[in-house]
Design a protein. Structure first.
Length: 497
């Protein structure tokens, strides 16, 4: 445990250190003591939620019980929490890091998450927030990747470590007396990292905490609640029971997706989905498509897909595709629909597609009508992605169906441009099944609420699969055809003619 001499030489600080050190086996008491509950930034916060308090009590009890045990493997403390969305798990992670470093000398602390973005912009920044609020904030310094004791920065710290199965050494065992490992969004952390971390649990009283939405019903996190449950203390928290969760948003999800849908099971109820994974399109499928080339597309129909931005931070996106080949996308942040229609008209004039699919949901009708006025009506096909799927026994709606066709295309030889933004769009949305066992794709707004960008590029590509198109017999355009296209696109001038 922490000793006053190693913290400060100030009498007042020595007294504070004695008080804080007394919470080594009482993390709940620590959290209640060091933060100014009911005042300042926490004026409306009475303290930890009931579920958070339960986890903290159990953590302290297990640590105290294991202090005199002989079997290190038996006394390693393992806690797994599967939960719905917005319950305050990231705050709990921050409290535990602060407690551990405040009460145990020179501990080895490693924190990771499903992605580097989640780790550094959410988990680690939450630690910065609670560090500033703590009564003993002067003991530690927060940096972008480390949280360290000011007097012993090289040997008393926590590290934020993005995980990689090819560089798993950071999760191996150490010779430190105290070891803490935390997995945030644990469902998507690779099994190899779980295996290596298991080796760190040979230190007596080592602590391993795994938190996350239960997005996969296979893998190491799921096993904490299954065949490995006898080795873990487990909680499954329904968001509706958490004080800080957004109850109105949760009820909207239940209304929109259904109480027994996989989305609600994972994001609200904290239970594992029926589907093996919530990720609809895998990174492997996208990577393969971006590394693939084809020369057999020229006999196929030429199609375009337009996804019209609905909000200021979204982008309108245009995809051009012919058979197995997809060209680099065009993206615009244009709020004026007439200007957007003119940009699209220019691309139509160049690509000469057999069909242009437009998502006309909401404001998309404005672009569709303007393109008709410009003379492109014969190739325009309006699509409403919220309508019923053709195969409505398999898919919840049209959007889920066209994403299903797009996924098949990727797996069967589709070729994508090397585009990291498109990659993120494709792998971001999750899916589940509704009460009728139909595939139900996560809505755009819910993807954004999870901290991801709106998948505009992926929706633009998906809409090109709205209906099969036969290639038209092409003829060489005359000078009259070229003149008409220039006038329609707004680029006509006597010099260009």
């Amino acid at each position: 445990m922490a000793t006053p001499a190693k913290v400060t030489s100030s009498p007042a600080e020595r007294e504070l250190a004695l008080q804080i050190g007394g919470y080594a086996y009482d993390p709940l008491g620590f959290v209640r003591f060091v933060f100014p509950w009911g005042t300042g930034r926490l004026v409306d916060e009475p303290g930890p939620d009931e579920w958070q308090a339960d986890v903290l009590r159990a953590l302290g009890a297990d640590l105290k019980a294991g202090a005199n045990a002989k079997d290190a493997a038996a006394t390693a403390i393992k806690v797994a929490v599967a939960s719905g969305h917005g319950i305050g798990k990231t705050a709990l992670v921050a409290w535990i890091i602060l407690w551990f470093l405040s009460c145990f000398e020179f501990g080895q602390t490693v924190v990771t998450a499903n992605t580097k973005t989640q780790l550094l912009t959410k988990t680690w920044r939450e630690l910065a927030k609670w560090h500033r609020l703590a009564v003993h904030s002067g003991w530690f310094e927060w940096t972008a990747t480390q949280f360290k004791h000011k007097r012993y920065p090289d040997s008393w710290f926590a590290s934020a470590v993005p995980w990689s199965e090819h560089q798993s050494e950071a999760f191996a065992g150490t010779h430190e007396t105290f070891v803490l490992v935390i997995f945030d969004e644990a469902s998507l952390i690779g099994d190899r990292i779980w295996e290596v971390t298991e080796g760190a649990m040979t230190t007596p009283n080592a602590i391993w905490l795994a938190f996350g939405n239960p997005t996969r019903n296979t893998g190491a996190f799921a096993e904490c609640f299954g065949r490995q449950k006898h080795r873990w203390r487990t909680w499954q928290i329904d968001s509706r029971t958490a004080r800080m969760a957004n109850k109105a948003q949760i009820q909207q999800w239940v209304d929109d997706y259904g109480e027994d849908s996989d989305f609600v099971r994972v994001r609200v109820r904290g239970i594992f989905p029926r589907a093996g994974s919530m990720q609809f399109i895998s990174l492997e499928d996208v990577t393969n498509a971006m590394n693939r080339e084809t020369t057999t597309y020229k006999e196929a129909a030429k199609v375009m897909g337009l996804d019209v931005a609905r909000h200021g931070d979204d982008e309108s996106c245009l995809t051009t595709r012919q058979g197995q080949k997809c060209w680099p996308q065009q993206r615009w942040r244009i709020t004026d629909l007439m200007q957007l229609a003119s940009k699209v008209a220019e691309e139509i004039a160049v690509f000469e597609p057999d069909a242009v699919f437009i998502d006309v949901t909401g404001i998309g009708w404005g672009v569709y009508d303007r393109l008709r006025q410009l003379g492109y009506g014969e190739v325009l096909i309006p699509v409403q992605v919220g309508e019923a799927a053709i195969k409505d026994n398999l898919y919840y709606n049209k959007r889920a169906e066209i994403w299903g066709r797009m996924r098949d295309w990727l797996r069967e030889g589709g070729c994508l441009p090397d585009d990291r933004e498109l990659e993120s769009d494709l792998i971001g949305p999750e899916y589940g099944h509704d009460a009728r066992e139909r595939v139900q794709l996560e809505r755009k707004q819910d993807t954004k609420k999870r901290g991801l960008a709106s998948p505009d590029g992926a929706d633009s590509l998906a809409i090109t699969f709205a209906t099969p198109i036969e290639p038209k017999v092409r003829k060489e355009p005359t000078w009259r055809d070229r003149l008409k296209r220039m006038k329609n696109s707004g680029n006509y001038s006597p010099q260009s003619a």
